[in-house]
Design a binder for this molecule. Structure first.
Ligand SMILES: NC(=O)c1ccc[n+]([C@@H]2O[C@H](COP(=O)([O-])OP(=O)(O)OC[C@H]3O[C@@H](n4cnc5c(N)ncnc54)[C@H](OP(=O)(O)O)[C@@H]3O)[C@@H](O)[C@H]2O)c1
Length: 285
């Protein structure tokens, strides 16, 4: 059974490769791909096949995917270009005779106001219309996304945001990677499934400030701002207007509860409770 992982030069894809190897997968049956393959030279040294595959270069995708039993399509990182890029990958998978394709999507991609969802929704639609056997992993927010809050708290003793009492059921990248590996190793039971993968618990920013206080051993407060104030603070510290709007938009989504669901599917897939955000932040500290 051969498995190809895209985005293996990035954080999540690399963890999926590691998880496949930990599950006893022979390195020679795993192909790790990305654009900047220098980042995964160590995997090549361990016997993993390393191939350059660019979502903008269909021939490179067809070559990397040739006759794979399963492919993990880790969503790309270039916002605005991803629908065309993911379409290239899905078409290449069909042409290369891939047995099963797993795609990493976003929470409730087809029924949400989440500002990042439209590209994922469109990709899910392309996948559904393809002839490929597939599984959609709607990955929740990473615990690791809050590393910058940790840094901010260390520097200023406070977190800011405009998420109000909104909750986030974040999950460790490692747990999400393990879930992907579970599906890739034995795709048949997961064919056609759409999984909402989140942490077991959903926390508020005030609670996050409490966790960070515990880690740093000093008081950390959460200051909730209006969206306008939040945007002004962000541009005041040098963010461009577009990025500030994006961050404020994500906090609006959080306030509206778009990241709060805790269906327990991730824990079920990996067979253990998910890693709490405080534990991931402890490791990052
Ligand atoms: N759930 C969340 O909280 C969250 C947060 C951030 C992002 N995401 C999404 O989840 C994905 C994985 O997260 P991550 O933390 O692993 O991100 P990451 O470390 O930034 O990795 C992104 C990966 O996408 C690859 N990539 C980007 N453009 C590509 C292209 N044109 N062709 C081929 N590969 C391309 C990169 O390859 P190279 O480096 O080799 O170019 C890299 O391996 C992200 O790409 C994004 O779609 C989710």
């Amino acid at each position: 059974m051969s498995v190809v992982v895209t985005g293996a030069t990035g954080h999540l894809g690399r963890l999926v490769v590691e998880s496949l190897l930990e599950r006893g997968y022979a390195p020679g049956d795993v192909t790790a791909t990305g654009r900047d393959t220098g980042k995964i030279a160590d995997l090549a040294e361990r016997g993993v096949n390393v191939r350059r595959a660019d979502f903008e270069d269909p021939a490179s995708l067809r070559e990397a995917f040739r006759s794979a039993d399963a492919v993990l399509l880790v969503s790309g990182a270039e916002l605005g270009k991803r629908v065309a890029q993911h379409r290239n990958a899905i078409e290449a998978a069909e042409e290369a005779g891939v047995g099963h394709l797993v795609y990493t999507s976003a929470p409730k991609a087809d029924d949400t106001t989440l500002i990042l969802a439209p590209e994922h929704k469109a990709t899910e639609e392309i996948l559904a219309a393809s002839g490929l056997s597939h599984t959609v992993l709607r990955n929740g927010w990473y615990n690791e996304n809050y590393q910058q809050d940790l840094e901010q708290a260390r520097e200023h003793g406070a977190l800011i945001g405009s998420a109000g009492e909104g909750r986030t059921a974040s999950a460790a990248r490692r747990d999400l990677a393990e879930a992907a590996a579970v599906v890739l190793v034995d795709p048949a039971p997961h064919a056609g499934a759409v999984y909402e993968l989140t942490g077991d618990t959903a926390w508020t920013r005030k609670e996050l400030a409490g966790y960070i206080s515990e880690l740093l051993g000093r008081e950390v407060l959460y200051r909730d701002l209006s969206p306008e104030e939040h945007g002004a603070v962000l541009t005041g510290v040098g963010l461009d207007a577009g990025t500030a709007e994006f961050v404020v938009g994500l906090d609006r989504n959080t306030r509206d509860g778009e990241l709060a669901a805790t269906p327990g599917t991730l824990a079920k897939l990996i067979g253990r409770p998910t890693t709490p955000v405080i534990e991931t932040l402890r490791e990052l500290l």
